[in-house]
Design a protein around this ligand. Sequence first.
Ligand code: NAD
Length: 489
Amino acid sequence: MSDRESELLASVPDRLFIGGTWRPAEGGRTLAVRDPATGAVLREIADASPADGTAALDAAVDAFPAWAATPARERGEILRRAFDLVQARKEDIALLMTLEMGKPLAEARGEVVYGGEFLRWFSEEAPRVGGRYGANPEGTGRMIVSQHPVGPCYLITPWNFPLAMATRKIAPALAAGCTVVVKPAELTPLTTLLFVQLLEEAGLPAGVVNVLTTSASGEVSEPIIRDPRLRKLSFTGSTPVGRRLLEQAAGGVLRTSMELGGNAPFLVFDDADLDKAVDGAMAAKFRNIGQACTAANRFLVHRSVADEFARRVTERVKAFRIGRGTEEGVTIGPLIDQRAVDKASTLVGDALAKGATLETGGSAIEGAGTFYEPTVLSGVAEGSDILREEIFGPVLAIVPFDDEDDAVRLANDTEYGLVSYVYTESLARGQRMIERLETGMMGLNIGVVSNAAAPFGGWKQSGLGREGGAEGIHEYLQTKYTLTQNPFG
Ligand code: NAD
């Protein structure tokens, strides 16, 4: 580990942040955060108990009335200062993400830009919430529609985008006037701790944001979710955990937002520009080492161009450089843990057993860290597990199709509906795909769709609600309708 890495790690808070105070977990318990490229322990941090969870919720409840009453402009200005501080600390945040999550440094810098944008976007949305006033249709009264913060929120984030998944929830919640308890993933909590330190520096009052790091997510979260003082749960993670949390939330009819799993189809028609499609495929598949909910999972390619597409993507994949994300020129880092490597191995094994052709890769890499070779499979048979399950790894699976109906049938044949990618030079076909694909988001001749100004979210079992865009702040607001008399009698 370099001196710069050690210094940065030593500067990150290692405690819980509750009511404006950094404090140890009950009983002084700690958990280890590791570098997935080497397995080395990066930092020992506080490991919260259920009692710590209750204390964090107490703090969010206490801070709520004053924060909700703070003028929207003032709330927005704190977010804007946080945006500036994130820009100023871009290199530190990027390095920290690479250390705890493994993504190449260039991608981590990209995430600082993307994640930071939620702070700027919602700093601007805070004063624009507004309301409505107007005559009722009968003319007998005046209708007022006003928006109010929902109250204390619990925000649970995954490990794959440690900054952006936190800012995408925290920024709209604070903009709306809500207070929060944040629980980052136990594999990558350091980025959230550093970010919350910046929020404190930006002038956020005590108790508005509270952070729980824990290795006991289930035990700590359930009492918080079942507590009647909690008014909102926002979760990003896997569909199975999301389902379990929805069951817990049902008891109190708790408002929820769920950003869950995906199984994105990437359609390449015979009228596509193959150069564009190959560039898009690299971004849609290998960004974040394939560990994105928006990662293309199934490459559905017209039979007449399938071989050529496979040849070109294979050539590009063979040129990747694998290694620790901090090393110059590395394009593929480690997977997050051994479970992820085993999953990729199992899915590739099943696809090969069912008749797929291995174009390149196909094996875990021996030695320190949890690396899996970037892999291309062609001729993947329908019924292969890899077409049903989220791969969450650097494996590109190609399935040929014969015509547009066939492509649409295959694309929609999944319980998920987060994002789809379509490559065609035909405007009419592109428009038909907008109508026919069961998807919350779509990249038309483009391989990355995420943007702070866009309503991010899925159809079907990919989730509930939207994050970002004009919609994002409304997840944290509740509507009140008031009828008043006609002032003219
Ligand atoms: P995960 O579901 O295992 O964990 C997500 C978070 O939930 C973590 O903070 C984890 O500690 C916590 N958690 C786990 N079990 C819990 C429980 N019983 N109670 C409360 N909290 C619990 O998911 P992951 O492996 O961290 O992330 C990968 C998944 O996230 C993938 O399925 C991916 O598609 C999804 N994801 C979705 C989006 C989106 O916006 N739709 C974005 C990123 C990731």
